[in-house]
Ligand binder design. Structure first.
Ligand code: VGL
Ligand code: ZN
Length: 209
């Protein structure tokens, strides 16, 4: 059992990222039992929830003539335009009902500012607005962050990179993640994470034999 200095951060295990959801991640549902099993190995678990207002800047539908999966230049940089997803208080934004992590201490909601996206659980896409997670984790004495969830190449990767920037040790549990993989984004994400010193393991490495 992992102690309080090691947190499991389970990213965006929400219906809109599951097969059939608004921004479906292929085989995203397969991670749910893996995340449940992992969570039992950790005394300290934090969840994230993508949580957008309906008028969110990342939705293609909010830009005349633009289609999902195109990119657009916004004041803070390039933004992928997504289908409408994870709208606050909708069923698509709910955590999967089979996710069983009763001891999760904190749920960080992100992407709630209408004019800024936030793939990362730590810092919004303007790269300056903190979510507060860095402060929370430091305050409670966390030194290593284990990541799982959806999607590997967006919210998991951006969170892993920001966790490194905040000087946490970081491990991504690969088989407890699934990717969107848009235009080579998954290979690029692993390149960036490896270069930043993110460790990559399989969940079996954490289960006691
Ligand atoms: C995500 C795209 C848009 C994710 C969230 O959870 O990876 N991707 N919003
Ligand atoms: Zn989103």
């Amino acid at each position: 059992m992992k102690g309080a200095d090691e947190v499991l951060l389970a990213v965006d295990v929400q219906y809109d990222f599951m097969p059939g959801g608004a921004l479906a991640v292929a085989r995203g549902d397969e991670i749910v039992p893996v995340v449940n099993r992992l969570a039992r190995e950790f005394s300290h678990v934090v969840l994230t929830q993508d949580w957008h207002p309906r008028g969110h800047v990342s939705f293609a539908a909010n830009h005349a003539g633009r289609a999902p999966f195109e990119t657009m230049t916004l004041p803070y940089g390039e933004q992928v335009l997504w289908p409408v997803h994870c709208v606050q208080d909708t069923e698509g934004a709910a955590l999967h009902r089979d996710l069983h992590v009763p001891h999760a201490r904190l749920v960080i909601r992100k992407g709630h500012h209408s004019d800024v996206d936030s793939y990362s659980a730590f810092v919004e896409a303007d790269r300056v607005t903190p979510t507060g997670l860095t402060g929370y984790l430091r305050d409670v004495g966390v030194t290593r962050v284990y990541l799982c969830g959806l999607a590997t190449d967006y919210c998991v990767a951006w969170s892993a990179l920001d966790a490194r920037r905040a000087r946490f040790d970081v491990t991504v549990i690969e088989d407890a993640c699934r990717a969107i993989d848009l235009g080579g984004s998954l290979a690029k994400a692993w390149e960036d994470m490896t270069a930043a010193g993110v460790e990559r393991i399989e969940s079996s490495a954490l289960f006691a034999c």
